[in-house]
Design a protein around this ligand. Structure first.
Ligand SMILES: O=P(O)(O)OC[C@H]1O[C@](O)(CO)[C@@H](O)[C@@H]1O
Ligand SMILES: O=C[C@H](O)[C@H](O)COP(=O)(O)O
Length: 940
């Protein structure tokens, strides 16, 4: 039997004398707990110096904390606490189990600077205990004379204490006395004694390292003393420990102890520390094999633990040769060795051995901190021409009314004046600081990713609508898949052709499906979840849940359903963060981490932007405020078509921006219309209603766009340029745009965090679906205005044949209007090319802005603007006959019928809002149908 497991027969617990973020994340610690019977972890300042100071593993967390204005001390404490919390959580099942044997603990030491400071130690001990906030943490306190009263006090307060730096037997007695007195104080105060655990860490190897050379010197001098000394080399540490065990047995018996035990107290076990051998002449397992006995702990370094697993001798040895123990200890004074004096030296030296690396660690954190706070965000370039003056005036006006501090204080009257609106605004401002919360969640997410990969998953499908999937789409297309990442697909359409495509392209049994829905009630993700759950169930039966993960708000019915379906994991997001503001929450970051991206770096950039935007105190320039004021003022001056220009490498960023801008600002007849995916042209094709915003990379020249933008600027169009260093700056840009959108909302005097007109389409769809459930099909629509070559045109505009109807429809266009294409079709390159051709022809002929979106995706994105923004849109809805339809499990309708109902429901909502619409049903072949329509289109 593996000695690591066998040693439990003798009631000895092995703990690991090491902690670091990688072993918490990569599953190694978990493996040791599960497979190697590891029962606890100890840390000390030197261990943290090694894991934090000597590696880059914590760099992005250090940076994020530094940017938040944390001091070096606070940064260290925060990192150490996070690791200890993560480790205690891994040990929690053991701690909670019936046979825990007082194990399952992780130790965190007070600052080595407090080694001779009783009050400071008590204060820090209580602070750390509260901050870690886990019952299975032990606070490590040195056994100095000043430490003893602190130990007594902490025990009396119910804090678990690991007493460290014990070298001598007399001191050990005092340690047990402090422990017992602490328990007695607690009992006298009428407080419970159960589960107050403590260990006394007796240091081994350091004793031999100090005494052996002295003995060897005496031995070398020869004579009688020399002979005695020779026999003691390498024996003193083990003898001291064995004698300590005898003292333990004596103290934890008899009436004093029995009285405490009767009240539920557990003894303070001896823990063998410093058990990594430091003398090459000795067996590396000397301080493990030789000290095995009941009710003891041995905390061992990684290498020693692994070696014991291979070659350890698990047998009770702790009380072997007790006569020899007495002899060894008795012989020392005769050789002029005063063990108490020597151990006092070890205590002082021990303090030094922790202080020095700790000071180095603090120095290294300080360097990284200083570097981080010196960093600046990428500047935006504003070329606004005549609009610069009113924009500057607006910035001054906002500053004058303390907009920035009010913004960070969630002061809702900056946006609207009615009480209900203000309540709603306050309840959706969690996004302001969510990146800070997520920095703390990074290790948890990375641990999850590791678990998923260890379980053998090969692919990830993220399923959800709008804000629940936009950020994953952007991450996937802006970054290459990370070295340790998994390929990702995103499903955000009910289009049966697309569902089929995804199903055919992934290895179902080895695919992790993420059902992402903030509300947990959105019809599409629930349908996707049910569909793929049924598919995986066909293969894995009752184990299907292993392949499913939910990201949702707490408390929804979906949480209950996912729990009942045995989902592998449920990430609970934040109710106070709205969907389109959730890129930097679990919705964006879990898929990003699975894709292999270092999410800590993305967050670090976001926090840099938060800092620049005044999150941690006033700043000279405020990028979010300036950008938002510009967008708001320009829109009010008639430049409300926010035209987003990106290089190929950022081609999906527009999707995220569309939702953020349109859903936030498009209401009460106001708003900014995001125009994405419209290739830049000569100035002549544009009306005078544009703002051009270029988002690209600093060191990647984009000559074609740059020269066109220059021409547009010369022609008097406002141009704003945002250049990023690399794709990690998306974190920075997400926050910049979020704040700017909120600021623009304040300029308009609207609530940027609600989506009042989205519901109308959903309600109309629900009604249609009820009709489908009752009648087996959608209600008949009115007769088409024209039908030609298999394509049907439905609109209120009248004309002869397809060409006449199209002409009449477009004749309604006025300056400042926009064309909106809504394609409830399978997204293919040919369909996209035809939609683009249509946009370009309209733009050339009518000089109006054009947008295009696939349905039902855009319903959860720009759909709000379509119904709630200004009535300036000409909407063309494309549907087809769903040639590749698919049934939906547990429902009486198909994906195709669902999609058509969504299209009709939205059309209904557009009509209810007096919008100009044309529905084009393309028949059985969307690509051919689009070509037919384009052929019929005459614009002049
Ligand atoms: O995450 P959920 O609740 O499924 O919602 C998805 C999307 O639907 C909307 O509520 C609009 O319908 C968006 O705001 C949101 O991002
Ligand atoms: O709690 C554990 C101690 O801090 C550790 O064992 C010290 O070991 P060292 O003597 O090898 O530094």
């Amino acid at each position: 039997m593996n000695p690591l497991l066998y040693i439990r027969q003798f009631d000895q617990s092995l703990w690991l004398d090491f902690i670091s973020r990688p072993i918490l994340i990569d599953g190694k610690l978990q493996h040791r707990i599960k497979e190697e019977a590891l029962r606890g972890v100890t840390s000390n300042p030197a261990i943290f110096a090694k894991s934090i100071g000597d590696t880059a593993d914590y760099d992005s967390a250090i940076k994020a904390l530094a940017l938040q204005g944390k001091t070096t001390d606070e940064i260290y404490t925060s990192l150490a606490i996070a690791d200890v919390q993560a480790a205690t959580d891994l040990f929690r099942p053991l701690y909670d189990s019936a046979d825990n044997s007082s194990d399952g603990y992780v130790s965190l030491e007070v600052s080595p600077e407090l080694v001779n400071d009783t009050e400071g130690t008590i204060e820090e001990g209580l602070r750390l205990w509260k901050a870690v906030d886990r019952p299975n943490v032990m606070i490590k306190v040195p056994a100095t004379l000043e430490g003893l009263p602190a130990i007594r006090r902490l025990i009396s307060e119910g804090v678990n204490v690991n007493v460290t730096l014990i070298f001598g037997l007399e001191r050990y007695r005092l340690v047990t006395e402090a422990f017992l007195a602490g328990l007695e104080d607690r009992a006298a105060a009428g407080k419970p004694l159960e589960r107050i655990d403590s260990v006394a860490s007796f240091f081994l190897s350091r004793i031999d390292v100090l005494i052996d050379p002295v003995l060897e010197k005496i031995a070398a001098e020869g004579g009688e003393k020399g002979k005695v000394a020779e026999g003691l080399v390498g024996e003193v540490a083990l003898a001291s420990a064995k004698q300590a065990y005898q003292i333990y047995k004596e103290i934890f018996s008899g009436p004093r102890w029995e009285a405490l035990k009767a009240k539920g107290a557990e003894s303070q076990r001896l823990l063998w520390a410093s058990t990594g051998n430091k003398n090459p002449k000795y067996d590396n397992l000397k301080y493990v094999n030789g000290l095995i006995g009941p009710k003891t702990v041995n905390t061992v370094p990684v290498e020693t633990l692994d070696l014991f697993g291979k070659e350890g001798k698990a047998a009770v040895t702790l009380e072997d040769n007790l006569d020899k123990v007495k002899e060894v200890l008795a012989a020392l004074p005769g050789l002029g060795i005063d063990l108490d004096e020597r151990t006092q030296f070890l205590e002082e030296d021990g303090a030094k051995k922790f202080k020095e690396p700790f000071a180095k660690l603090m120095e290294s954190i300080e360097k990284k901190r200083a570097l981080a706070v010196g960093e600046q965000v990428d500047d935006a370039k504003f070329e606004l021409g005549q609009f610069q003056v009113p924009v500057d005036a607006k910035i001054q006006e906002l500053k004058g009314k303390d907009f920035v501090p009010g913004f960070w204080n969630k002061q809702a009257d900056l946006w609207v004046q009615d009480a209900a609106g203000q309540d709603s605004i306050r309840s959706f401002m969690g996004w302001l600081r969510v990146a800070e919360t997520m920095v703390e969640a990074v290790p948890k997410i990375e641990t999850f990713v590791n678990e998923v990969k260890t379980a053998g998953f090969k692919h990830v499908v993220v399923m959800g609508m709008g804000g629940s999937t936009m950020a994953p789409i952007v991450f996937k297309s802006s970054f290459p898949q990370g070295e340790n990442g998994l390929p990702i697909s995103v499903l955000d359409t009910t289009d049966p052709g697309t569902v089929r495509e995804i199903e055919a392209s992934v290895p179902l049994a080895d695919t992790l499906f993420i059902v992402a829905s903030k509300s947990g009630t959105t019809a599409e993700p629930l349908a996707f979840g049910d569909y793929f759950y049924a598919k995986v169930k066909e293969i894995k039966g009752d184990k299907a849940g292993e392949n499913f993960v939910a990201i949702t708000d707490p408390g929804s019915k979906f949480v209950t359903d996912a729990t009942n379906a045995n989902y592998r994991h449920i990430f609970l997001n934040f109710p106070e963060v709205g969907g389109r503001f959730s890129a930097l929450t679990y919705f964006g970051l879990v898929p990003a981490a699975l894709y292999g991206l270092p999410i800590g770096e993305i967050l670090e950039r976001a926090i840099l932007m938060m800092r620049a935007c005044g999150a941690y105190g006033a700043t000279d320039k405020n990028p979010g405020l300036e950008f938002g004021a510009a967008l708001g003022v320009l829109a009010q001056q008639g430049h409300d078509k926010l035209t987003i220009v990106v290089p190929d490498a950022l081609h999906d960023l527009g999707l995220w921006l569309e939702q953020l801008i349109a859903e936030s600002t498009g209401k009460e007849g106001k708003g900014l219309l995001p125009v994405a995916g419209e290739p830049l042209g000569e100035p002549g094709i544009y009306g005078s209603d544009r703002i051009f915003v270029y988002v690209g990379y600093k060191d990647q020249a984009d000559e074609a766009d740059a020269s066109k933008l220059e021409a547009l600027k010369q022609a008097g169009h406002p141009v704003i340029t945002l250049l990023m260093k690399d794709a990690f700056d998306l974190g920075q840009e997400f926050f910049r745009w979020e704040m700017a959108t909120a600021v623009a909302g304040a300029v308009f005097g609207i609530n940027p965090f609600d989506q009042p007109n989205v519901q109308a389409a959903k309600t109309a769809t629900d009604k249609l679906m009820k009709a489908v459930e009752a009648d087996g099909k959608l209600p008949e629509t009115e007769a088409p205005a024209a039908s030609e070559n298999g394509v049907d045109y439905y609109t209120a505009a009248h004309g002869d044949g397809a060409s006449g109807v199209l002409k009449a429809f477009f004749a309604q266009a006025r300056p400042g209007d926009f064309l909106c294409l809504q394609a409830y079709l399978t997204e293919t390159p040919a369909v996209s090319a035809s939609l683009l051709e249509l946009r370009q022809r309209v733009q050339q002929a009518l000089h109006i802005a054009t947008t295009s979106g696939y349905g039902p995706r855009f319903l959860h994105s720009t759909g709000q603007y379509h119904k709630g923004g200004p009535n300036t849109g000409l909407f063309i809805q494309f549907t087809d006959d769903n040639p590749q339809d698919l049934p939906l499990p547990g429902r009486s309708y198909t994906f195709g019928t669902f999609k058509n109902a969504q299209a009709l429901g939205d059309l209904q909502a557009l009509h209810d809002n007096g919008r100009r619409t044309l529905r084009v049903n393309l028949g059985n072949d969307a690509e051919a149908g689009l070509k037919t329509m384009l052929a019929a289109l005459e614009l002049k």
